[in-house]
Write a protein that binds this ligand. Structure first.
Ligand SMILES: [Zn+2]
Length: 298
């Protein structure tokens, strides 16, 4: 019941009765006695039920001094390398290859894949797509890591080190991060980049690339302290015109209204399914999003 008390403490305007109703539904929904972190799996076979959309956030670049070397699905890349590029390739312009989490989220998977090396997948609730102006829960998949610094189930924020990017996996290449963005939070380990592999699931898994998009559509460049991010692109060959610039951002990455998570994005989860059944909570969420000027996918 720690969950209940935290929710009340951090959101005193909620009535006890409403909290009780939410809880009754949580237990009815999951059939579990403890539901702090339902559905997390690093197997990729169990749907990951991250229904926390009690915040809106602007995700920021995973590398502070960031250079984009290849965009999502450019024709030139396909011609040059013989396969469609379902992600963004990113390097650092400094010697620092640290990967930072892009906002508030939860590590849903980590492991080693024979083709793309060390993999981390992080779920970010309520991410704002600056291209469409809409928000959605989002999975970011990070490939080719040299080392991984986080565990499955770990809450992350923009100040969490995910690891260091490198060149692991059987593809012969230079150090870089391959980053994929997917709104299908039920299949965090799907990637159309592989057909069959030791860890990731390809198309045979049943998911598809229709829920994927350019990671740069979701990323902002946080130019102020302590991140001091900078963004550039490498030449024109593999860069989509839309990726030439991304929005700069200063200050908070959390959107309008109150962040019910207390800033850690994890400790007080509210399930969207439950929110949708509770008129008061639903109204609050709608207001929060109205303040932020975004609509929601789905
Ligand atoms: Zn790539």
């Amino acid at each position: 019941m720690q969950f209940t008390s935290q929710l009340i403490l951090r959101h005193p305007s909620l009535k006890i009765l409403e909290i009780r109703q939410v809880f009754l539904r949580i237990f009815a929904w999951t059939g579990a006695k403890s539901t702090q972190n339902p559905g997390i799996s690093d197997s990729g076979n169990t749907p990951y039920n991250d229904r926390r959309i009690n915040l809106l956030q602007k995700l920021i670049l995973p590398v502070n001094k960031c250079r984009l070397t290849a965009s999502w699905k450019t024709a030139a890349y396909r011609v040059r390398f013989g396969f469609q590029h379902y992600g963004a390739d990113i390097i650092s312009t400094s010697a620092d290859r640290t990967l930072w989490a892009s906002g508030n989220g939860t590590v849903v998977s980590r492991g080693f894949d024979s083709v793309v090396g060390n993999v981390v997948a992080v779920s970010y609730p309520g991410a704002i797509n600056h291209r469409s102006g809409k928000a959605s829960d989002l999975i970011l998949r990070y490939f080719h890591l040299e080392s991984i610094a986080v565990q499955v189930g770990q809450a992350v924020n923009k100040d969490t080190r995910l690891g260091i990017y490198g060149r692991t996996g059987s593809m012969n290449m230079a150090n870089h991060l391959h980053l994929e963005a997917d709104t299908d939070t039920k299949h965090p380990l799907f990637s159309p980049t592989v057909n069959s592999s030791s860890y990731l699931r390809g198309r045979a898994f049943g998911a598809n690339d229709k829920t994927m998009s350019s990671p740069l559509d979701w990323l902002h460049c946080k130019t102020d302290a302590p991140d001091y991010q900078a963004y550039s692109t490498a030449g024109d060959s593999f860069i989509a015109p839309a990726d030439k610039t991304i929005p700069n951002l200063t200050g908070k990455i959390i959107g309008g209204g109150e962040d019910l998570t207390g800033g850690d994005g994890y400790s007080t989860c509210v399930c969207e399914a439950l929110l949708m059944e509770n008129e008061n909570l639903k109204r609050e969420l709608a207001n929060m999003r109205k303040d932020q000027g975004v609509s929601t996918i789905g």
